[in-house]
Design a protein around this ligand. Structure first.
Ligand code: HEM
Length: 281
């Protein structure tokens, strides 16, 4: 029985849900996480890259080679010192692709072009219902445009934060959602498995994203890593406190945010179920 590894919905309870920057200093020893799901997730990545390479991997036409080499070298050095001294990169692959196949995290890169930070590309096998390829070349505000109320509440803060982000001050943050599937591969280009029809609350999963942000000194790029942790709601209700905190967070969500998170039709029923299950188990 696995408890959620992080409980972001319980951290800042408020009557009305707001987007938060929520960044905390990152100890680089904890940069990349390794969990019991490592082998299965690396196998899933290899399979996804074999079947849907254009969905899961995309970079700007210039190839972002310098940035990707700088990132791949850092990923390799980290894994060699923290996990396996003999690990190697597949040099026949694009370096960002090769690096991403060694870690459970999805890797997304913002690059400096014409004095602006733009979306340079990524290896994203486990997207939470967004489209990687369509983000190429976009500014941060453009990337976040589909996220209801995000730019209004946080756009300037995110830009100011990225301008201040230096190689010496890496950070991490958390995001979360509740999905009707345990499939990690959730792109929006039609290649994901069909959505379950009318999944009951008990069949939903908490999806927590542990994200790290690091600027790299040689190329100035910003690497955004996303480690997606799935926990069945059936396990969340083992802790009454956690279940009630998640129910409160779902209930506090303004409709436009619930719509973005695809919880506008189901959120209230999931919250009721969480509360009921937490008190009767
Ligand atoms: C501290 C900086 C950042 C904050 C506070 C932030 C916040 C958010 C939030 C709240 C969401 C909505 C997800 C959810 O909870 O349902 C989101 C979505 C997203 N973010 Fe960020 N983000 C940050 C940095 C970045 C960076 C650096 C990248 C890319 C390099 C990025 C790429 C995305 C993408 C692709 C989505 C999905 C957008 C869509 O649905 O089309 N974010 N972000």
């Amino acid at each position: 029985m696995a408890r959620p590894p992080y409980e972001p919905y319980a951290e800042s309870p408020s009557a009305t849900f707001r987007w938060r920057l929520g960044v905390r200093p990152l100890d680089l020893d904890q940069w990349l996480e390794i969990t019991d799901h490592r082998d299965a997730e690396l196998a899933a990545k290899a399979q996804i890259m074999a079947t849907h390479p254009h969905t899961a991997f995309a970079v700007l036409d210039d190839g972002i080679a310098d940035e990707s080499h700088e990132i791949a070298d850092a990923v390799l050095a980290h894994l060699r010192s923290h996990h396996d001294p003999a690990i190697t990169l597949d040099t026949s692959l694009h370096p960002l692709d090769a690096a991403a196949r060694l870690v459970q995290e999805d890797l997304v890169v913002m690059v400096e072009r014409n004095g602006r930070l733009v979306f340079g590309g990524g290896s994203v096998c486990f997207p939470n219902r967004w489209d990687l390829r369509s983000k190429l070349g976009m500014t941060m505000a453009e990337v976040h445009d589909p996220v209801s109320l995000l730019n209004e509440q946080l756009g300037d803060t995110v830009d100011a934060f990225l301008a201040r982000l230096t190689p010496h001050r890496p950070v991490w943050r958390l995001g979360w959602g509740v999905l009707d599937t345990d499939e990690l591969y959730q792109p929006t280009d039609g290649t994901a498995a069909p959505r379950p029809v009318d999944a009951p609350p008990a069949a939903h999963h908490l999806r927590v994203e542990r994200e790290t942000l690091r600027r790299f000194p040689a190329t100035g790029c910003v690497l955004f890593t996303i480690h997606t942790h799935l926990t069945p709601l059936m396990d969340v209700i083992d802790s009454a406190t956690s279940a009630v905190a998640l129910a409160d967070a779902l209930d506090s969500m303004p409709t436009p945010i619930a719509e973005y998170k695809q919880l506008d039709r189901t959120g209230a029923a999931i919250a009721d179920w969480l509360r009921h299950a937490a008190t009767t188990r």
